[in-house]
Design a binder for this molecule. Structure first.
Ligand code: SF4
Ligand code: SF4
Length: 361
């Protein structure tokens, strides 16, 4: 961006603060993803990890020493911000402790039911699937209250509400619960796997009670429609306004993620996204539990690109549009706000410090 134009934008004190704080991050953000277990104590309806072939079927029998070597190589490859997923990483905390020998920053995706040890330095995103009843129905167990008890007062934690057509009306009550417990919350959107979408379209019979396809059919399913997207946008707009200290979400993101239709440009032959920023990130790999990876896979195994509203892909897409942000002040403001929101979600002390003061990577 031409420096004169940037200086003009930065005459706004809020933009200047956001810009300087992002610039103070003392290392390049290079993300890679690691599935570190195939085990999970839940079976959420339509879970993309268990619904497809690209995730849960890899050998997970690795020793801690093998993990030690693997993570050391990844650190040396240049990764500065690892994402730990699985199924449920809290079930293999010794592997996370090995990761913490190599990195001070990173992210753990968890369902919140098993408390992650205080010694782990990483940010923790805890998935929420709705209020009490919906949560129990869709996930096969009461999750939310247990997660709130586990993470009350833990500055590493942000609850991530996975919005789907059946839990939109629960959003205000869950946000209130977060506010009452001094916790923060943000939003993800249910993104169907190819397998889930195909089963719905084919009218497939449900699987067993312990499966991740036990409730859905043509009438009850988790696929968004234009109406449910509009309802979600409206509800989130209201909770953003009503709970500014609890909800971490940007208005520009809120508008973008609720557009009807595919958010990505799709190859008509393959159905794959042709403009997915994750696939073109030079360092990004998504490792399976056997340490294998494929350059063709994004970090969201099995998800159908036409259904993808997953927050990792949407943040990556919006943050990559830096060229568009130079068009005018509004575009710059929105781009910066999305970037700043991402930082609030990914660095433990971001909201309480004026500069990024932990130089360790
Ligand atoms: S969505 Fe997460 S918590 Fe739910 S079954 Fe899948 S891996 Fe487990
Ligand atoms: S992250 Fe990209 S490649 Fe992966 S499902 Fe989403 S759009 Fe497709």
């Amino acid at each position: 961006m031409p420096s004169r134009q940037l200086q003009a934008y930065l005459s706004d004190p809020k933009l200047k603060h956001q810009w300087q704080k992002i610039k103070s991050i003392p290392f390049p953000i290079r993300i890679s993803g690691y599935d570190i277990t195939n085990e999970c104590n839940l079976r959420c309806e339509g879970c993309f990890f268990f619904e497809g072939e690209l995730s849960s079927h890899y050998n997970a029998a690795k020793t801690l020493d093998e993990y030690r070597i693997f993570f050391a190589i990844e650190k040396k490859r240049g990764i500065t911000y690892p994402h730990f997923a699985g199924a449920e990483p809290a079930l293999v905390q010794d592997r996370l402790r090995v990761a913490a020998e190599h990195w001070q920053h990173g992210l753990i995706y968890s369902n919140g039911t098993v408390k992650l040890g205080d010694e782990l330095p990483f940010k923790i995103h805890i998935s929420v699937w709705g209020g009490e009843e919906v949560d129990k129905r869709l996930r096969g167990g009461k999750v939310l209250d247990r997660a709130v008890r586990n993470y009350r007062g833990d500055k590493r934690a942000v609850f991530i509400y996975t919005v789907n057509p059946h839990n939109i009306c629960d959003i205000p009550v869950v946000v209130q619960k977060m506010a009452d417990n001094g916790l923060s919350i943000s939003f993800n959107h249910y993104s169907a796997s190819r397998q889930y979408k195909n089963k719905i379209r084919a009218g497939a019979a449900t699987d067993g009670v312990k499966s991740t396809f036990r409730l859905s059919d043509h009438h009850f399913n988790l696929l968004f429609t234009p109406d449910t997207l509009a309802a979600a946008q409206d509800t989130i707009t209201h909770v953003r306004e009503d709970y500014p200290n609890t909800v971490i979400f940007s208005e520009a993101y809120n508008r973008f993620v609720h557009r009807p239709g595919s958010l990505f440009e799709l190859d008509p032959q393959t159905g794959r996204a042709t403009n997915c920023a994750i696939l073109s990130l030079p360092y990004h790999r998504q490792y399976h539990t056997d340490f294998s990876h494929s350059d063709d896979e994004c970090c969201i195994a099995n998800v159908d690109c036409s259904q993808c509203r997953h927050y990792v892909s949407i943040y990556t897409l919006l943050m990559s549009k830096v060229k568009n942000s130079t068009q005018d002040l509004t575009s710059f403001q929105e781009w910066l706000d999305v970037y700043y929101t991402w930082c609030r979600l990914h660095f433990v002390d971001w909201s309480t410090s004026t500069t990024f003061n932990n130089a360790e990577t």
